[in-house]
Design a protein around this ligand. Structure first.
Ligand SMILES: Cc1cc2nc3c(=O)[nH]c(=O)nc-3n(C[C@H](O)[C@H](O)[C@H](O)COP(=O)(O)OP(=O)(O)OC[C@H]3O[C@@H](n4cnc5c(N)ncnc54)[C@H](O)[C@@H]3O)c2cc1C
Length: 261
């Protein structure tokens, strides 16, 4: 990364490590860091919310800030889950960044003997230079208007079944790897309470407040424009200030402090 203030260049992993080191200074002040667990459910109402996690713990809180980012979209076709890590992989790229999409493909063509791009629309879009790099390569074949139907293989990927959307003709291509790169979606499976837009993003006001009083959302999971770490960090700071203000209005006796159950 070359665009986070204070660092000329730092990897995402190193930046996350630095964020964590700083947070650990607050562990004696009631801040807990729980790693390797997933939030599976959110319920309750202002000012008493309940968060359930995958390790069957329960957390009560007066407010909730959702900062769960985005997860890669999957194709949802047979063979995808079964062969993940056995020839099926997910190429990561920033939401809406077609330049990086093409960058992933451009990188792939350096290591593969041949690359076939299965594209469901009638044309690929992207940064002009990277597009030229991809389309001018003799290793790359682009199949527009084609849809992936099934990934084939037993212990490892052996092929992919695809359909021409214009002729409905199906064919099997013999491949040894399938790289899925169809975008990202907000991680909100645990949240049935807040209003979302048609992209599944949590709708918030200028202060990060959602449609449910007491629940806030910041970073890539919400409907605000721009997906960058500095933007997510800024939204987090703004939301934190707003939550502090919100909490100052909640009478102390009305509910207990955050506690683990
Ligand atoms: C490949 C790639 C490269 C990028 N490069 C850059 C770059 O160079 N510069 C830049 O500014 N931005 C970059 N971005 C974008 C940047 O990573 C995001 O905008 C930023 O991380 C968003 O921060 P966030 O806190 O909202 O979400 P995240 O950083 O995605 O954090 C969300 C966290 O919530 C966790 N989570 C999700 N669901 C649950 C759940 N149910 N229970 C518990 N935890 C959960 C996730 O595991 C994750 O740890 C890049 C993104 C990608 C994918």
């Amino acid at each position: 990364m070359e665009n986070y203030p204070g660092f000329t260049m730092i990897t995402g992993a190193d930046l996350a490590k630095k964020f964590k080191e700083e947070l650990m200074n607050f562990e004696n002040d009631g801040l807990w860091i729980k790693e390797g667990v997933e939030v599976v459910d959110l319920s309750g109402a202002d000012p008493d919310f309940l968060v359930k996690t995958s390790d069957e713990k329960e957390y009560h809180g007066k407010t909730v800030i959702i900062a769960s980012g985005r997860i890669p979209k999957m194709l949802g076709i047979p063979g995808e889950k079964e062969l993940l890590g056995k020839g099926v992989a997910i190429i990561e790229f920033a939401k809406g960044s077609h330049a990086l999409t093409k960058n992933g493909q451009a990188t792939l063509q350096k290591v593969a003997r041949s690359v076939t791009i299965i594209n469901i629309t009638d044309a690929l879009r992207g940064d002009e230079i990277l597009m030229k790099n991809v389309t001018s390569s003799s290793k790359v074949k682009i199949l527009n208007n084609h849809e992936a139907l099934e990934i084939l293989g037993d212990q490892a990927v052996g092929g992919i079944k695809i359909k021409n959307k214009q002729t409905n003709e199906e064919q099997i291509i013999s491949v040894s790897g399938v790289f899925i790169e169809i975008g990202w979606t907000p991680s909100t499976s645990f949240d049935k309470l807040t209003d979302k837009n048609d992209k599944g993003e949590i709708e918030v006001d200028n202060y990060g407040a959602t449609s449910v009083p007491g629940i806030y959302a910041c970073g890539d999971v919400n409907d605000q424009w721009g997906e960058q770490i500095v933007i997510a960090a800024g939204e987090g700071a703004k939301t934190g200030l707003r939550v502090a203000e919100h909490l100052s209005k909640v009478p102390h006796q009305q509910t207990s402090n955050i506690h683990e159950g």
